[in-house]
Each structure stands twice: as structure tokens, then as C-alpha cells.
Design a protein around this ligand. Structure first.
Ligand code: PLP
Length: 386
């Protein structure tokens, strides 16, 4: 059994992949070739975002977004502690301070009530109590953990109320939806739920390439122009003339070609992911705490994570049965020495700590056989003594 198996997908679109890759080899424009522009058009169409910018990774997408906002030392950026390290890393790379906010234990996303308490508490703290003699609140990075969008209805409202930028780290949730009133009525896809959204095309994400890749989705034209410049070493409208400090943040044409091939079946794969999740729900509900998309949201099911206080018993049975599994994330960032020192904790992060003790990711991919899911469910049944 495999935790994630990319092979069935590869064989399904093998011919298209071969053709797309051959086209890049033939035209030879490996950097900023036509596939990159085509991909950006398709991504905008699919997500509904006004602008899409392909880039080198999900981490660079976050970094470039913070650079576009001019994040600098003395700035505080509110982030969940229960996330992949990249969310905090980019804040620290720019010398700013991550302020850790607790999560909602049901969605594993940032809790809007905890966020508002932290914003208010930071505002009323004396400068002498804060690192480097003072911090000003600049922005929020929400994370759509395991594929489910955070509560953008409320987060957008808080960002406006306190004049903060809101960045959605949608590395795991590309393809998910949420009914959104703040940004036009109706259901919106990830990419349009926040003013700026980043995603990752790491191979195991819901939409993955065959290397590193990512994208930024942005609604504001000025911000888009700044991001384009940052992606190209800060270049201005003339070649080799620089207007700002940037990075090499480009996606290469081969990866864009792979993504274009995969996008032809992405919608169908999202349906398959939902079917696989429904099957797990049916096998596991009543036995263990299962993940559910909140009302008004759909998940892209980057991971299927159950929760149990008997996690170590389940892992023991999984090991005996040869069932692959993973723990995302064992240690929340505020408990990791480097980020405890660099970051700020305003109130306790008990949900993050509790979920980190209980979370367990099960084998999951669109083409997982039902028999494999049954094996997983049986192992859990044995471990829990049902
Ligand atoms: C995967 C991931 C990233 C980083 O994406 P890369 O493409 O690997 O750089 C950032 N944030 C979250 C929440 C992720 O899961």
C-alpha cells in the first residue's frame, strides 16, 4: 500500500504529458516559455482570480507576497502555529515577527476569535514588552490546512477592521471552494477568497508538478505588477534596470507543461478525492474523529487526517500491518526552539498542541483502491478495540 501514489495519474495522462514535454524540448524556451503564460491564463480562468502568477515554489510564493507588501523588521504578522514551517519561515526571512494564533480544532485553521484577541492584545502592549522595542501589526497569513479553506468570511472582515493585509496560504487547498459574501456572492474557488492567495505545486499537493512550483493569485493590478517585478530580480519595465530587490522566482516551462496536462483531469480528480473521503467517512464515522468540511466549504483533500487520543496504538497496528501513514504536524511551530525565539506568543495555543498530539494522516490519493481503505479502517478498528 502507498501513502500517496502518483503512478495511476501519470499513466492516465501519459500521452499528453509526453506531447507537452516534447513541445518544450522542441521550442527550447525553458524559462518563461509559452507554457508559463498559458498556465497563468488557465489558472485565472479556473480560480476566478483577476491575476495569476506562476512561480518557483509555494514558499517563494509566500516570500514574494510578503516582499510585495514591504514586510520588514518591526512588523508583526499573525499566523497559525499549527502549519507547515514555510508559513513562519518567510516572515522571519524578512526580519518580521510571526505572532502565533491558535486554531479552530474542527477545521485546523486559524480561529478568528483568537486572532481578534491577539490583534487587540498586541495593540495594547507597551513597546518595552515587545521584541526590538516595538511591533506594529501588518498582516495575517491564514492557512487552508489539509485542503479546507479557512474562515475567509470572518478573516476578511477582521483584516479590513484592523487595516491588515490578508494572505491565504492555500498550498494545500487549490481547487477547494467556499461560499463567499465578502468578495461577491456565490461560491468562490480558492484564489479568489482573499485579496492575495498563494499555492504550491509540490508533487504531492492536490495539483502537483514534477519538481518545485507554485503560484500567487492576486486581485489588485498594482500588486500584480510588483509581484511580476519581484519574480524577475526586481526588474522594471526595461531589461537589466532594477526598481526593487527581488528574487529568481520563476516557474520553468517544463513544469508549466506538466501542470497544463494535469489540469485537464484536475476537476475529475477532485471528484475522485471527494469520493475517497466519503468512503473513509462511511468506514470510520462513529469509530474515530473524522475530518469534515465546514458548512459552505469544500475541501480539495490534500490529506485525510483523523484524530485520536490513542494515536500511538493506531500507529503500532499500522506498523505491524505495513500501512503507511504520516503525522502533520507533530510539533507546532511555537514549540520549536527557533520559532519560539523568533516569534511571539500572546495567549496559550492549547488547540494547536492538542491537535498535534492526536492528528494522523491516512493513505489518500484519487485512485486509492477501496480494498486499501478497508484495510486501513480494519487496522483502526483493531487498534481501538471496536
Ligand atoms: C507545502 C506547503 C508550503 C510550501 O510549498 P513548497 O512548494 O513546498 O515550497 C507552504 N505552506 C503550506 C501550508 C504547505 O503545505
Amino acid at each position: 500500500m502507498k501513502f500517496i501514489d502518483l503512478e495511476p495519474q501519470r499513466e492516465r495522462i501519459r500521452q499528453l504529458l509526453d506531447e507537452r514535454i516534447a513541445a518544450v524540448l522542441d521550442h527550447g524556451r525553458f524559462i518563461q516559455g509559452p507554457e508559463v503564460y498559458e498556465l497563468e491564463r488557465v489558472l485565472s480562468e479556473y480560480s476566478g482570480s483577476a491575476y495569476s502568477l506562476a512561480c518557483s515554489s509555494g514558499t517563494d510564493a509566500l516570500l514574494m507576497s510578503l516582499m510585495a507588501f514591504g514586510v520588514k523588521p518591526g512588523d508583526a504578522v499573525f499566523i497559525p502555529s499549527f502549519t507547515f514551517v514555510a508559513t513562519a519561515e518567510v516572515v522571519c526571512q524578512l526580519g518580521a515577527t510571526p505572532v502565533f494564533v491558535d486554531i479552530d480544532p474542527d477545521t485546523c485553521a486559524m480561529c478568528p476569535d483568537a486572532l481578534e484577541r491577539c490583534i487587540q492584545a498586541l495593540g495594547s502592549r507597551a513597546a518595552s514588552e515587545l521584541p526590538a522595542g516595538g511591533l506594529s501589526a501588518r498582516g495575517i497569513i491564514a492557512v487552508d490546512l489539509f485542503g479546507q479553506p479557512a474562515d475567509y468570511q470572518r478573516l476578511n472582515g477582521l483584516a479590513e477592521k484592523y487595516n491588515l493585509f490578508l494572505l491565504a496560504d492555500a498550498a494545500q487547498s487549490f481547487g477547494a471552494t467556499q461560499s463567499a459574501v465578502a468578495h461577491g456572492t456565490g461560491v468562490c474557488r480558492v484564489g479568489k477568497l482573499a485579496p492575495i492567495t498563494t499555492t504550491s505545486f509540490f508533487p504531492s499537493k492536490p495539483l502537483g508538478c514534477y519538481g518545485d512550483g507554485g503560484a500567487v493569485f492576486v486581485q489588485d493590478e498594482r500588486l500584480y505588477e510588483i509581484l511580476k517585478s519581484i519574480r524577475e530580480h526586481g526588474q522594471g519595465s526595461e531589461r537589466y534596470r532594477y526598481e526593487r530587490v527581488g528574487i529568481n522566482g520563476r516557474l520553468d516551462s517544463l513544469q508549466a507543461a506538466v501542470l497544463l496536462a494535469k489540469l485537464t483531469i484536475f476537476g475529475d480528480e477532485l471528484c475522485l478525492r471527494n469520493e475517497v473521503a466519503e468512503r473513509y467517512h462511511g468506514m470510520l464515522s462513529g469509530m474515530i474523529s473524522i475530518p469534515r468540511a465546514a458548512d459552505g466549504s469544500s475541501s480539495s483533500w490534500a490529506q485525510y487526517c483523523v484524530r485520536s487520543s490513542k494515536r500511538s496504538d493506531i500507529i503500532r497496528v499500522f506498523k505491524e500491518a505495513g500501512i503507511p501513514h504520516a503525522v502533520y504536524y507533530e510539533v507546532p511551530l511555537h514549540l520549536q526552539t527557533v520559532y519560539r525565539e523568533k516569534g511571539l506568543i500572546i495567549e496559550d495555543l492549547r488547540n494547536s498542541e492538542q491537535v498535534a498530539r492526536e492528528i494522523l494522516a491516512l493513505p489518500f490519493y484519487p485512485y486509492i483502491p477501496e480494498g486499501a481503505q478497508e484495510e486501513v479502517a480494519n487496522a483502526i478498528r483493531v487498534a481501538l478495540g471496536h
